[in-house]
Design a protein around this ligand. Structure first.
Ligand code: ATP
Length: 691
């Protein structure tokens, strides 16, 4: 078949499919607004269907695979799209959902005559692939059609043409879905078994964030009967990042997923009983000046995030629990005694798996019930005796300790119960902060842990947890989240090479992995980088040489672009050179998002003000920002993590800005660029880049 006739045939099918979809949409009646529960449920189902059809209306499908099931099936064309659609009034499938088992062939098939296979609920199905076709459909028209495989034709494979086209596009201020070009290595992660803690180490730009979001969509589809969107949660590093990724799930037809930061989530769990002290102060401490390896190693965040500190807290909890059951009997009046052993028995046998404070409260209620019924049984009517007995009851139960999480936590740092193993400097700082009703980010994991132990999780346990930028998590943070699940089902992703928050995060994945049983763990590596051109990746890989630990260079997709430029400028013309470089990038007219990445927030303010004074429209990204608006932005390097820009200008890559310890920061900055990377420097070029 010629390309022309294939195109005509496909356009004809597309038009018919769209007509069918439109007809189905029109047939959907108005929304139900009444109180009938069954009608409400039906309305929800109808609404979901409407949403699926709306998604399909834009681009019904992006791929076709002609598959012949072995041993004796017929060759059938299968059209793959973002949402599955059945033909109006029938069961025949117009479009197969990309998450359906058979659709996995579209992603995993790597060409060749050998049979392909996919896992179905009935076991493995094998068959021959006769055709793999990619489409790009816009406004009801096929604007691109590429056959990446035709059985029997030995022409050179053009497998990546579609991918390259997509990667070459400009980006706005939001991350997008990648359903049409998911790569085999990514697909394996997306479809991995739900009952695991999946750890993904992926180089910058390897699609970790994107893959984790697609995995959520897959899990909700595949395990619709067991997993619910409202019991899933995504943890991201900051609110700006949350805004940046907020478009992907709705594009995939998934709503209602809680997306938060560990800080916000913990404060809510603690019922707002503490305020978070300004995180920008901590950022300023760690990033506005150079810090030594020693300072990082002995940071209070590392201590408080460690399992050793968790052991200190466990000891405190155990001690609290010991004191809940009174050691002495309760004697409200002469001749009436509630023995300590009886109270212990109630506590130990009757209250099962309840949380500590619940067990404590139940014990107090039980003692009260015993006290009231015994007085009644004994017929104690004398008012004076009763009042005396009641006073005894009150003073007895008052001695049964009750704590809020912050009180119990605070007891570790000051007073006669202060824990000896907490370094003095850390104890003094923390006590001071707690006195003000504040907690630092590093206090939140221990506080949240205490809250869970004392009061439990107020909502249902999570079916699935996604943790992005997990290299910045401490073992204690992950332990807290692990406790919010009945069984481990997590996607934990990050890149140790981008671990710029070493004062709080981990240096090896094993620090987090060891929290799980061996059979619960899955570990994947993604080494191909999809974000940047070959030139940018090769340049950034050089910086890895300056890092300690096992580093892995990113493998580029064969997408070539401009050479990376480094340019020495004198201090006197530095700001003017930044402006000129930005104008040069803008003049090209090719980039939608341009970022000037500075080393510190102070430096960024100077750059930003100069750009504004010189008449350029720009935005300054700051740590408390809820959203990133796109266009031209000035960003401190430590806030650029996770984001990406068509063009990046590193404002100063001199050796004063980037010392040898700053390799990770510079690596993060450079790997934000998709198509263009330029570095200015004052004085000497940082040794991290070399010649
Ligand atoms: N299979 C793919 N097809 C098309 N684009 C892709 C694919 N995989 C990743 N990308 C693109 O690569 C870019 C990087 O993706 P993403 O931000 O998810 O990577 P990451 O590994 O989380 O990056 P980082 O760690 O550097 O923040 C995004 O623009 C994403 O759309």
């Amino acid at each position: 078949m010629t390309v022309q006739s294939a195109y005509q045939e496909e356009q004809q099918r597309l038009t018919e499919s769209l007509q069918d979809i439109h007809a189905q949409l029109q047939a959907i009646g108005p929304r139900y607004k009444g109180d009938d529960f069954t009608e409400q449920m039906l309305d929800l189902q109808q609404e979901e269907r409407r949403l699926r059809l709306e998604i399909s209306k834009k681009e019904p499908y992006f791929g076709r695979i002609d598959f012949q099931e072995l041993p004796a099936g017929e060759q059938k064309p299968l059209y793959i799209g973002k949402a599955g659609v059945a033909k109006q009034g029938g069961n025949e499938l117009l479009v197969i959902d990309w998450r359906a088992p058979v659709a996995s062939i579209f992603y995993s098939f790597t060409c060749g005559e050998a049979p392909a296979a996919y896992d179905s609920p009935d076991g493995e199905i094998t068959g021959y692939v006769h055709l793999k076709r990619n489409f790009m459909i816009r406004q009801g028209e096929i604007v691109r059609l590429v056959d990446s495989y035709v059985r029997g034709q030995e022409e050179g494979s053009v497998t990546d043409e579609f991918l390259l086209y997509r990667l070459g596009e400009n980006k706005d201020n939001k991350l997008r879905d990648i359903v049409s070009t998911i790569q085999g290595e990514q697909d394996r992660i997306i479809r991995a078994d739900r009952g695991k803690a999946l750890f993904i180490q992926g180089v910058a730009g390897s699609g970790k964030t994107t893959v984790a979001l697609h995995r959520i969509a897959f899990l909700l589809y595949q395990y619709a009967d067991r997993m619910r969107a409202e019991r899933m949660i995504i943890f991201a590093p900051n609110r700006m990042f949350l805004d940046y990724i907020s478009g992907v799930l709705p594009e995939l037809g998934v709503g209602d997923i809680q997306q938060t930061t560990f800080n916000d989530w913990s404060i809510e769990l603690l019922d707002n009983t503490v305020k978070l002290s300004d995180p920008s102060l901590s950022m300023a401490y760690w990033f506005e000046e150079h810090r030594t390896a020693e300072e990082i190693e002995h940071a209070s965040g590392r201590f408080k995030g460690s399992l050793a500190f968790k052991a200190v807290i466990d000891e405190r909890i155990a001690d609290f629990e010991k004191r809940i059951v009174p050691a002495a009997s309760f004697v409200p009046i002469d001749g009436l005694e509630l023995p300590a052993e009886q109270m212990r028995e109630w506590y130990e046998t009757d209250y099962g798996e309840e949380t500590l404070m619940k067990k404590r409260d139940r014990l107090v209620s039980r003692i009260r019930r015993w006290f009231e019924s015994e007085l009644k049984l004994k017929g104690v009517a004398d008012k004076k005796i009763r009042a005396k007995a009641l006073a005894k009851f009150n003073s007895f139960t008052k001695k049964i300790p009750a704590y809020s999480s912050t009180e119990l936590y605070g007891s570790l740092f000051h007073g006669k119960l202060a824990a000896a193993s907490v370094p003095k400097r850390i104890a003094a700082d923390t006590a001071e902060r707690l006195k003000r009703g504040e907690a630092a980010a590093e206090d939140l994991a221990p506080l949240a842990y205490l809250q869970l132990e004392l009061f439990g999780l107020p909502k249902q346990a999570f079916d699935h947890i996604v943790i992005d930028e997990a290299q910045d998590y401490s073992p204690f943070q992950l332990e807290v989240l692990r406790r919010c699940q009945r069984t481990a089902s997590m996607t934990v992703l990050g890149d140790l090479q981008q671990g710029i928050h070493a004062y709080a995060g981990v240096q090896k994945w094993s620090e987090l992995i060891e929290l799980f049983e061996e059979e619960q763990i899955g570990f994947y590596e993604l080494n191909r980088s999809y974000r940047s051109t070959m030139e940018i990746i090769e340049f950034a890989n050089k910086i890895l040489g300056g890092m300690t630990g096992a580093v892995k260079p990113a493998v580029p997709v064969f997408r070539s672009g401009d050479a990376v430029v480094t340019k020495k400028v004198s201090n006197g013309i530095w700001l003017a050179s930044i402006e000129a470089s930005v104008r040069e990038m803008q003049a090209k007219g090719e980039y939608e998002t341009i970022s000037v990445i500075g080393r510190t927030a102070l430096e960024c303010e100077r750059i930003y003000e100069n750009l504004i004074d010189r008449g350029l429209e720009a935005s300054l990204v700051q740590s408390k920002q809820p959203a990133y608006g796109g266009g031209l932005s000035v960003v401190p390097v430590y806030l650029s993590k996770g984001l990406e820009f068509d063009a990046v200008l590193i404002a100063d890559a001199g050796d004063e800005a980037y010392a040898p310890l700053d390799a990770r920061l510079l690596y993060v900055g450079c790997t934000r660029a998709l198509h263009k990377l330029m570095l200015l420097y004052r004085g000497n070029l940082t040794s991290l880049i070399g010649e």
